[in-house]
Design a protein. Structure first.
Length: 306
C-alpha cells in the first residue's frame, strides 16, 4: 500500500505542479528510503517521532544538512498529500524542524577561465567538442539551468530580437536576452548540427543526440565533457560544472552593477532572496580587495571591516 500511494503522489506532482522528471525521481528515491526506514504496514502509523528518527539516522550516517533538508521536504510534501486525500488524520512531518544549514557562496569561474574552456573546445577538430564550446558559451551568455540548456527546442532563439524563450521549473516561461556573439556561435553550430541527428533526418531539439533516450544530449554527458575539458585547460575539474557556469553568469552581471531584479528574472528565480546570494559574493570580493590592497591593511588585526 505505501508504494502505491507514492505512485499516486508522484502522479499528482507531475499533473498538478508540473514537476520535472528529475524532481520526481528525487522524490521517489527519498520517499523509498524513508518508507524502508519507517517499516510500517499502514501509513497512519507514521508519527512525528518517526520522521525525527529518520533524520537522526541520516545524520548519524553523515548525510549533509542540505541533504537532510531535501529529504524532509519530500516527506513533508508526501504527508501533506496523504492528509489532503484523507489517508492520514494529520501531517506528522509538519511540526518537524528543518535542520539548520550554512549556505555556501556559489562557486564561479573567471572570464579568462570561461574563455579558456571555449577556446580549447573550439580548437579540437571533432564536432562534438565544438558543440560543447557552443553550449558553454550559450549557458554563460544566458544563465540557463543545465536541464533547460540540453532540452532547448531548435526554434527557442529569436535571432532578429536577440531573445531566447525558456521553459523553466514548473514549465514557467521566461524570455532571456542573448548576446550577439553567442547567437553567432549557435548559428555556426547549426551548419553541422545534423551530424548529431540519427540518419541526419530531423529533430525538435537544438542539441540532439543519436543515442540518448530523450533525443537530446543529456545533462550527464555535458557534465562529463566539461570535467574533461577543464582538466585539459589546467583548471581543477572539481571547480567546473554546468551550475558553476550559471553562477558565473549571475556573478559577473552583479559585479558589473546589473540590476538585481533583472538578474532574478533572467535566472528564473521565484524569490529575489535566492538571487541576493550573488551580492554576498561581491561584498566578499570587496572585503578581500580592501584587506589586500588598502594601505592600512598591513596594520589590520584580522577583524572584518566594519
Amino acid at each position: 500500500m505505501p508504494n502505491s500511494e507514492v505512485e499516486n503522489f508522484l502522479q499528482m506532482m507531475s499533473a498538478e505542479r508540473g514537476a520535472s522528471q528529475n524532481t520526481l525521481s528525487a522524490y521517489n528515491r527519498d520517499l523509498e528510503q524513508f518508507l524502508v526506514f519507517a517499516d510500517v504496514d499502514n501509513l497512519s502509523e507514521i508519527s512525528a517521532q518517526t520522521v525525527r528518527s529518520f533524520l537522526q539516522y541520516l545524520s548519524a550516517h553523515r548525510f549533509a544538512a542540505k541533504t537532510l533538508a531535501r529529504k524532509l521536504s519530500a516527506v513533508r510534501e508526501f504527508c501533506k498529500f496523504l492528509y489532503s486525500e484523507k489517508i492520514i488524520g494529520d501531517n506528522p512531518a509538519a511540526e518537524v524542524l528543518t535542520p539548520k544549514q550554512e549556505k555556501p557562496l556559489p562557486k564561479f569561474l573567471s572570464v579568462d577561465e570561461i574563455n579558456s574552456l571555449i577556446e580549447t573546445a573550439n580548437a579540437k577538430e571533432e564536432y562534438r567538442w565544438q558543440r560543447i564550446a557552443v553550449m558553454i558559451e550559450l549557458m554563460y551568455a544566458t544563465g540557463l539551468r543545465v536541464s533547460e540548456l540540453v532540452s532547448l527546442p531548435e526554434n527557442a532563439i529569436n535571432y532578429n530580437k536577440g531573445l531566447i524563450t525558456v521553459f523553466g521549473k514548473g514549465r514557467k516561461e521566461r524570455i532571456v536576452p542573448i548576446a550577439k556573439q553567442a547567437q553567432i556561435a549557435v548559428q555556426k553550430y547549426c551548419e553541422y548540427r545534423e551530424n548529431f541527428i540519427k540518419n541526419k533526418s530531423s529533430s525538435p531539439w537544438l542539441f540532439p543526440s543519436i543515442s540518448a533516450v530523450d533525443g537530446h544530449i543529456t545533462r550527464d554527458a555535458f557534465y562529463k565533457d566539461l570535467k574533461t575539458l577543464a582538466a585539459q585547460c589546467g583548471i581543477f575539474p572539481s571547480k567546473v560544472s554546468p551550475h558553476v557556469l550559471r553562477h558565473s553568469f549571475a556573478t559577473h552581471l552583479i559585479n558589473n552593477d546589473s540590476d538585481l531584479r533583472a538578474v532574478q528574472k533572467m535566472l528564473g528565480h521565484e524569490n529575489i532572496a535566492t538571487t541576493e546570494i550573488y551580492t554576498h559574493i561581491t561584498n566578499q570580493k570587496l572585503q578581500d580587495t580592501v584587506r589586500k590592497l588598502h594601505p592600512l591593511a598591513q596594520f589590520s588585526n584580522g577583524d572584518d571591516i566594519g
